[in-house]
Design a protein around this ligand. Structure first.
Ligand SMILES: [Zn+2]
Length: 150
């Protein structure tokens, strides 16, 4: 269950997943590698692909960047579901809101975090420290210079 799965994906598949995580429509560039990664990670959805890749360790956790954004309560309530890559249609019944209402919060979150796609939003949530991964507390390289208190 906690076996490291980095190496599960081929290098090309890792590149494609990293591209999707960065907000490109990478599956259009290499459909074969995208399909390979999607089948190994058990999903055919970009956002879920990225969510599964981070949680399984198939690709590395993104570095912590940028300020932690101030979220409205309705945005904040969606974060843990968005980190799983769930679409608005699946999130709405879980939070007792309409699909359109959830979609509006998702658009607002994407704009606030500068995410280009729902898959990129998953990455942004990790980068901004809004996830619960143990890795999120590792500071970006260069922030703790020599002499920093430990
Ligand atoms: Zn994380």
């Amino acid at each position: 269950m906690s076996d490291p799965v980095r190496g599960l994906l081929t290098r090309q598949e890792q590149r494609i997943v990293a591209g999707v995580a960065a907000g490109t429509r990478a599956q259009r560039m290499s459909r074969g590698a995208w399909a390979g990664a999607a089948s190994k990670l058990g999903t055919e959805d970009d956002a879920q692909l990225v969510a599964a890749a981070f949680s399984s360790g198939a690709i590395g956790h993104p570095s912590r960047t940028g300020p932690t954004p101030r979220l409205t309560p309705s945005e904040g309530a969606l974060v843990h579901l968005l980190l799983r890559g769930l679409p608005a249609e699946d999130i709405a019944p879980q939070v007792g809101r309409s699909i359109n209402d959830v979609k509006a919060s998702c658009r607002s979150l994407q704009a606030k975090l500068g995410a280009r796609t729902p898959a990129h939003l998953v990455t942004r949530l990790h980068e901004r420290g809004l996830c619960t991964c143990p890795q999120k507390d590792i500071p970006p390289a260069g922030t703790a210079g020599p002499g920093a208190d430990q």
